[in-house]
Design a protein around this ligand. Structure first.
Ligand code: GTP
Ligand code: MG
Length: 151
């Protein structure tokens, strides 16, 4: 199964949404294989958001993502990257349907609660997992309900 990188951003942490967000992925049947409460430094922020380096919102984005702790996670499951993006909603919470994470918890584009690897960017999931986690921080384990989640 595929692995994907997911992160509760500083606004989501401050607003006490870590548990709700983790529950949504658990309820969906995805398996957490890594989780880390951490503070992102300038260098990691600039690397993680490198694709946006020339955008006008880049400095604000880096300031925001380094402004407080985040909860970084790796989730595993069938088509995990796309499934997580679907559950997140659109980049802009204002465009996100109710029932999605950004549609339920966010209002503003620059405070959109959660990050998930882009499924249209080939290999982004693996690159981001490697950027945030050492191999020995990821746990291989069997989910006891897997035969009820997968045919
Ligand atoms: P991430 O999961 O955070 O990567 O969001 P995304 O993949 O849905 O969006 P994208 O990678 O295009 O943009 C990264 C982040 O930059 C978004 O989550 C927004 O918070 C912010 N962002 C994107 N576009 C804009 C914009 O036009 N203005 C502002 N202020 N922020 C933006
Ligand atoms: Mg993105």
């Amino acid at each position: 199964h595929e692995r994907t990188f997911v992160m509760v951003k500083p606004d989501g942490v401050q607003r006490g949404l870590i548990g709700d967000i983790v529950s949504r992925f658990e309820d969906r049947g995805l398996k957490m294989v890594g989780g880390k409460f951490m503070q992102i430094d300038q260098e990691l922020a600039e690397e993680h958001y490198g694709e946006h380096a020339d955008k006008p919102f880049f400095d604000g984005l880096v300031d925001f993502i380094t402004s407080g702790p985040v909860f970084a996670m790796v989730w595993e499951g069938q088509d995990a990257t796309r499934q997580v993006r679907n559950m997140m909603g659109e980049t802009d919470p204002a465009e996100s349907a109710p029932g999605t994470i950004r549609g339920d918890y966010g209002l503003d584009l620059g405070r959109n609660v959660i990050h998930g690897s882009d499924h249209e960017d080939e290999g982004a999931n693996e690159r981001e997992i490697e950027l945030f986690f050492d191999e020995d921080e990821l746990v291989d384990w069997d989910q006891i309900d897997s035969s009820w989640l997968y045919e």
